[in-house]
Write a protein that binds this ligand. Structure first.
Ligand SMILES: *[C@@H]1O[C@H](CO)[C@@H](O)[C@H](O)[C@H]1NC(C)=O
Ligand SMILES: *[C@@H]1O[C@H](CO)[C@@H](O)[C@H](O)[C@H]1NC(C)=O
Ligand SMILES: *[C@@H]1O[C@H](CO)[C@@H](O)[C@H](O)[C@H]1NC(C)=O
Ligand SMILES: *[C@@H]1O[C@H](CO)[C@@H](O)[C@H](O)[C@H]1NC(C)=O
Ligand SMILES: *[C@@H]1O[C@H](CO)[C@@H](O)[C@H](O)[C@H]1NC(C)=O
Ligand SMILES: *[C@@H]1O[C@H](CO)[C@@H](O)[C@H](O)[C@H]1NC(C)=O
Ligand SMILES: *[C@@H]1O[C@H](CO)[C@@H](O)[C@H](O)[C@H]1NC(C)=O
Length: 653
């Protein structure tokens, strides 16, 4: 039992009668002020035209007006509509799609008009169903984004939340509404309460703070989970969690729970809250990390083997958490990793047209089938099929937040709002007003990550400092300002400061990278260049295994390899080959077989490499013998491959 007195003591140390929340290092801009351009904007359109943009039309977890209909076990947490709303609010705004904006507005309106007099929000209202707190948290994130975009909604949303908070406080004090998912994902509610505290406390500061404390005390202690002596060094199915909180090693709980300690730091002022999550992040990737950027968790943390799975929800939740970690801690390692995840692991687990998604992706994935024996610990052999909701529906409704939130978190301001920070690189633009009424716009023309140069046009009514993140993989980056002098970029703590005068400034960043080789298990290697990870793109044929009568595009597919994949490579021969599109426009959708313009060629030879189950590959053989002559093979960006080898055995040519 943790002591209430310790936190109480921290409070009394505050100056003045009312406790202050610690400031965030960097602030996000309101939804709508940052937008995608170029290929990234096209990728959002692909999402509109794919499964995400159509869920409201045919998918019964979303289409029912009662938040989510249905009586399946899945609805017991009432999360589906809430997840959908959280992603589709920013998606609808960033794509200027009035139909989706109408859907999200109607969803909000329905939830608010059906609030119980006692304050409860959600489909249990008046339905005599057990109430659990967690399913509301993604809804709150969506509602906050809507208010940021449309301030005329402020009073309705804030009033409803402030009516919900006293009820939630009482429930937590009585031990009600808490179950294992609420107890691990409590940080998300703390963030919502902090948004109210920062912008709309309306005299409720004490209640808001007390509710944050109740959540921390009733929830699992993430600081214990991230302590080095407690952190698992391999797949967890045969390990005992020394903290006793078994669900903290669940992949999505981990992804969402990464936000808990930075959020509590705002009221504990305990530096070790920040230090432990930062070192815990490093441990997570050291012992479970994947070349695609994400970590392995085929339900629970899964170690390093290339055929263990990563759930799609881990991908999008880690992206969101990594953005928040940077905003609280200020270490660009979080941004470098989120960018890798976004440009590799996210597209790699969705078909190019975004009509089908996996539950679990594999680094070495030589088929996508309903496996009869499978390499996963908890998830079934159906988890790596591409389809509407293979294995479990959560990622169907949760994945749409991925790209939109990456965009909305790509520009930040300093806490005093005097300077702008670009956190993620890509074709983006922003239009905002910094402190001192300084109206600023930034527009970036680039193919990045499918090209190394980024052309900026910045306008400002007053001079300001613009900080651009320079990823740690950049070698000898340069800046050319107003077509004149070229000089080396010189980042400090990952950020390169550019003094922008009033008026219009144009500059070009050239951010090249070298091919790097990452060591993997069994003496295997994975190749990277800059933000992109490269894989052998295995050709495949596709068979519908579960047709969808309502929406034929939302069927489930098996993919069978139709090209060779059993190769060893000689990484010392790897060369980067780049042929940009002549008209400067990338194909759409870009993350599909053979379409991105950059590739890596490498010497390879055929080897004996067998299957472990009927449709998954054995571990990479160590020091294999070539069975064929040396040939050159081409590796493509991981995100464009659906079947692949990306952790290769090594030979010396
Ligand atoms: C609510 O559910 C409980 C338990 O199922 C039942 O006993 C009670 O009669 C129900 N109340 C209403 C108003 O439906
Ligand atoms: C903002 O919300 C109001 C309802 O409060 C609605 O009438 C209006 O159209 C919305 N504006 C935008 C830009 O979505
Ligand atoms: C700060 O957090 C650490 C790690 O959780 C804990 O050991 C320590 O007691 C905390 N300090 C205070 C003042 O609460
Ligand atoms: C997948 O395999 C399992 C176990 O063999 C089987 O029960 C299930 O029906 C299969 N699903 C489909 C869609 O073929
Ligand atoms: C980077 O620049 C340094 C100094 O000019 C040079 O020695 C080095 O070869 C360059 N590295 C690459 C990879 O071009
Ligand atoms: C797909 O390819 C596999 C492997 O070559 C083959 O066995 C199978 O018959 C093919 N299926 C279809 C539908 O073409
Ligand atoms: C490679 O060939 C040698 C000689 O035949 C053999 O001893 C060795 O086991 C082979 N290595 C592998 C990984 O098969």
């Amino acid at each position: 039992m943790r002591s209430l007195l310790v936190l109480g003591a921290a409070f009394s140390a505050f100056n003045g009668a009312v406790a202050q929340l610690a400031a965030k290092k960097y602030l996000t801009l309101p939804l709508g002020e940052v937008r995608a351009l170029g290929w990234l904007s096209d990728q959002l359109d692909v999402q509109t035209n794919g499964m995400a943009g159509h869920l409201h039309d045919f998918y019964n977890y979303v289409e029912d007006s009662d938040w989510i209909g249905g009586s399946s076990a899945y609805s017991s947490l009432e999360e589906a509509g809430s997840y959908w709303f959280n992603g589709m609010v920013p998606h609808g705004v960033l794509t200027s799609n009035s139909e989706i904006q109408t859907q999200t507005y109607q969803f909000l309106d329905y939830v608010l008009t059906h609030q119980e007099t006692g304050g409860w929000l959600g489909p249990e209202a008046g339905n005599n169903r057990t109430r659990y707190l967690w399913g509301r948290y993604p809804f709150f994130f969506g509602a906050i984004q809507m208010v940021e975009y449309n301030s005329s909604l402020t009073d309705r949303v804030v009033d409803a939340m402030l009516k919900f908070v006293p009820l939630a406080n009482e429930m937590i004090r009585n031990g009600e509404g808490l179950e294992p998912w609420t107890n691990t994902r409590w940080g998300d509610f703390v963030m919502t309460l902090q948004w109210l505290y920062d912008y709309h406390p309306n005299g409720n500061e004490d209640l808001l703070l007390d509710t944050m404390l109740q959540l921390k005390w009733s929830g699992v202690p993430w600081e214990e989970v991230f302590m080095a002596q407690n952190f698992p060094h391999g797949p967890v199915e045969d390990l005992v969690n020394p903290t006793g909180y078994v669900l903290t090693w669940h992949g999505v709980n981990m992804a969402e729970g990464l936000k808990a300690l930075p959020a509590t730091y705002r009221f504990t002022y305990n530096q070790s809250d920040l230090d432990l999550v930062s070192s815990g992040w490093d441990l997570l990737f050291e012992y479970h990390g994947r070349p695609s950027g994400i970590y392995g968790a085929d339900e629970y943390l899964a170690g390093m083997e290339a055929t263990r799975g990563t759930e799609l929800c881990d991908v999008v939740e880690t992206m969101f958490s990594g953005s928040y970690l940077y905003q609280m801690i200020g270490d660009t390692k979080f941004l470098d990793r989120v960018e890798r995840i976004t440009y590799n692991a996210l597209p790699g687990t969705l078909t190019g047209d975004m009509w089908a998604r996996q539950y679990d992706q594999q680094q070495n994935q030589i088929a996508s089938k309903n496996m009869t024996t499978d390499p996963f610990a908890v998830n079934s052999g159906y988890s790596n099929v591409f389809g509407l909701q293979p294995y479990y529906p959560c990622c169907t409704v949760n994945h749409p937040q991925g790209y939109p939130k990456f965009v909305t978190n790509s520009f930040l301001t300093t806490a005093d709002q005097s300077s702008l920070i670009q956190a993620y690189l890509g074709p983006l633009k922003t239009s905002t007003t910094l402190s001192g009424n300084n109206a600023v716009t930034v527009s970036i023309d680039t193919l990045y990550p499918f090209g190394d140069t980024l052309s900026y046009s910045v306008t400002a009514s007053k001079a300001f400092t613009f900080y651009v993140r320079i990823p740690d993989w950049v070698i000898n980056g340069t800046i050319t300002t107003n077509g004149r002098s070229t000089k080396a970029v010189s980042p400090s703590n990952g950020l390169f400061a550019i003094n922008i005068p009033s008026g219009t400034t144009n500059f070009i960043l050239n951010l090249p990278a070298e091919i790097t080789t990452e060591s993997r298990l069994h003496g295997a290697v994975a190749l990277h260049r800059g933000p992109l990870h490269y894989a052998l793109d295995i050709s495949f044929n596709s068979t519908v295994i579960k047709a969808n009568a309502v929406e034929p595009r939302a069927s489930d597919y098996e993919f069978d390899a139709t090209s060779a994949w059993a190769y060893a490579i000689d990484p010392s021969t790897a060369k980067y080959v780049y042929s940009p599109p002549a008209d400067g426009i990338l194909p759409s959708p870009i993350f599909d077989q053979g379409l991105p313009p950059g590739s890596i060629t490498v010497s390879a030879c055929s080897i004996e490499w067998g299957l472990a189950g009927d449709t998954f590959v054995n571990v990479p053989p160590t020091k294999p013998n070539c069975t064929g002559s040396i040939e050159t093979i081409v590796l493509n960006p991981y995100g464009s491959t659906k079947l692949r080898i990306s952790e290769f055995p090594v030979f010396s040519s």
